[in-house]
Design a protein around this ligand. Sequence first.
Ligand SMILES: Nc1ncnc2c1ncn2[C@@H]1O[C@H](COP(=O)(O)OP(=O)(O)O)[C@@H](O)[C@H]1O
Ligand SMILES: [Mg+2]
Length: 141
Amino acid sequence: MNTGDKSYVFVSDASDVGWARRTALELASALHFTPARAGALATAVTEIARNIVVHAGRGTLSFAPVTDGMREGIVTVARDEGPGIADIARAMQDGFSTAGSLGLGLSGAKRLVDEFAIESAPGAGVTITMTQWAKNDPRDE
Ligand SMILES: Nc1ncnc2c1ncn2[C@@H]1O[C@H](COP(=O)(O)OP(=O)(O)O)[C@@H](O)[C@H]1O
Ligand SMILES: [Mg+2]
């Protein structure tokens, strides 16, 4: 059940996935993310939360503000204690799915955020850490 806390989201059904998406968007708005960067984070969060529901059954997402001295950002940590992923490299490939679906969730999420890390072991669940900065890196412009 999700109520007022904007930093921690329990995920076990589609409405929780929507709650996680809206939570990410609200935090991004508060930190003055560009619309493109907020939308990219929201889509990545949606895919990772949906994977928890579909492939693990239940799990949690937590959101925390970060800064690198130049920019603010959000670190999202998704955790579940489901079956885990035996071959992470394979699961990260476009089109790989054990559920007969599109297989674009993990690979898409990785492309949408600035930093993406995934840890898993069979039987030990999945932990995904994503960092998204509010603005483009001024050093790239
Ligand atoms: N939280 C998770 N727990 C267990 N397996 C997962 C999890 N997330 C992803 N996977 C595995 O990685 C595969 C690829 O995920 P994804 O790219 O989102 O594609 P899809 O969800 O369409 O299958 C899934 O089919 C599943 O085997
Ligand atoms: Mg998926």
